[in-house]
Ligand binder design. Structure first.
Ligand SMILES: [Fe+2]
Length: 185
C-alpha cells in the first residue's frame, strides 16, 4: 500500500483506517466487521494515484460522469486490482468499491469507511459528521450522503447514479443507533 500511493496520501489512508475502526467499535459492530473496517480503510485509495488511462482500463466507465471524471473510478479500480491479487473478502471489496460514491445495501463496514474518508481529521472539515458517527452511525451516514446529494442538485451538478442508489438505500436500510439511547424504548 505504501508503495502504491504518494506519501501524503499514505498518511490519509492510515487516518481513515484508524477512524473507520473507531467508528465501527463505537457502533458495536462485530469483531469481524471492526477488522474489515480497518482493512478497507487501508486499501480504499490503492488506485487513487494511478494514471487516468490505468483507471479507465481497470474500471470501464458506466456513465457520463465516469467518462468525464476518471478519478471517480478509483474505488472500482481498486476493487479490480484487489480481486486480481486474489483478495476475496466481499464486504471489504464492496467498501473499497463504494468509498467515493456511497455505501449500498446496508453494508455497515462500507458506511464506516465512507464516513471516515470524508471526516478524518486531516481533511479539516466535517468534524460534526465525525462526532455524529461516533454516536450514531446511521444518522452520520444519512447526513453525509444527503448533504452531498442536495449540494450537487442545488448547484445543478449531475449526481453519480451510484450515489443516488446509496441515497435511496438510506430509506430502505433500518439503521439502529450505535449506543442504546435511554430515551428510546
Ligand atoms: Fe478515495
Amino acid at each position: 500500500m505504501r508503495l502504491m500511493v504518494k506519501p501524503r496520501r499514505y498518511e490519509h489512508v492510515l487516518r481513515v483506517a484508524e477512524l473507520a475502526r473507531e467508528i465501527a467499535e463505537a457502533a458495536a459492530l462485530s469483531p469481524e466487521e471492526i477488522a474489515q473496517a480497518y482493512a478497507a480503510g487501508i486499501l480504499h485509495d490503492i488506485a487513487r494515484d494511478l494514471p487516468e488511462s490505468e483507471l479507465l482500463r481497470l474500471a470501464p466507465p458506466e456513465c457520463d460522469i465516469d467518462s468525464r471524471h476518471p478519478l471517480a473510478l478509483h474505488g472500482r479500480a481498486a476493487r479490480t486490482l484487489l480481486e486480481r491479487w486474489g483478495y476475496r473478502d466481499e464486504r471489504v471489496l464492496a467498501a473499497v468499491e463504494d468509498h467515493t460514491t456511497g455505501p449500498r445495501g446496508g453494508n455497515r463496514v462500507a458506511a464506516c469507511v465512507y464516513i471516515a474518508d470524508v471526516s478524518e481529521p486531516g481533511r479539516g472539515v466535517n468534524a460534526d459528521i465525525r462526532e455524529l458517527a461516533l454516536n450514531d452511525l446511521g444518522a452520520a451516514l444519512r447526513r453525509s450522503v444527503t448533504s452531498k446529494v442536495t449540494y450537487l442538485q442545488g448547484k445543478g451538478i449531475p449526481v453519480h447514479p451510484r450515489t443516488l442508489a446509496a441515497y435511496h438505500d438510506l430509506e430502505l436500510t433500518p439503521w439502529r443507533p450505535s449506543r442504546p439511547s435511554p430515551w428510546r424504548p
